[in-house]
Write a new protein. Structure first.
Length: 141
């Protein structure tokens, strides 16, 4: 009788331990999933449509900053093919520049805030698209 009880207790404890292990593994998976999701936030294909409508006149059809309006501006619009940013060193900051405009960071007011015009998803989509332009084309000159 005693053996059975001990065995039963051991089984319970083991079961509990296994449960805890499974739980923490599931949490680790969830955390990893969130990380992957935040790295890949935004859809570049949808972002291209947003870009063509709103950004292309300044940033250019190749993303090199030489759009028909862009060539007339000083400072020039950012060259996304080069892919170097002045006010942002990661996706979150880039998202904030697109949302709040460059003037909020001491830059050109011609890079206007897009937060009231584009949905949050569209801002992530266009961000993912301009990120995808880095190194894509060789400038004509
Ligand atoms: C009217 C012209 C114009 C339009 C339209 C425009 N931009 Fe810009 N953009 C600029 C200029 C000018 C700069 C450079 C600002 C500076 O150096 O201070 C710039 C800079 C940027 C930067 C660089 C920020 C950094 O940290 O270096 C990003 C990103 C950007 N634009 C994204 C966009 C997106 C996305 C759109 C469309 C939704 C867009 N721009 C539309 C003119 C424009």
């Amino acid at each position: 009788m005693r053996t059975v009880t001990t065995f039963g207790l051991a089984a319970l404890l083991l079961g509990g331990a296994a449960f805890v292990l499974t739980e923490s593994a599931a949490n680790a998976d969830a955390a990893a999933g969130e990380k992957v999701a935040s790295v890949a936030k935004g859809d570049p294909v949808k972002g291209k449509q947003v870009y063509n409508l709103y950004c292309l006149p300044c940033h250019g059809d190749k993303g090199d900053g030489k759009g028909p309006v862009g060539v007339t501006l000083q400072p020039p619009p950012r060259d996304f093919v080069k892919g170097e940013f002045k006010y942002a060193s990661n996706d979150q900051e880039l998202f904030e520049v697109i949302t709040g405009g460059a003037a909020a960071r001491g830059g050109s007011p011609l890079m206007t805030p897009w937060g009231a015009i584009l949905s949050e998803n569209d801002r992530w989509n266009v961000l993912r698209f301009i990120r995808s332009l880095k190194g894509t084309a060789v400038s004509a000159q």
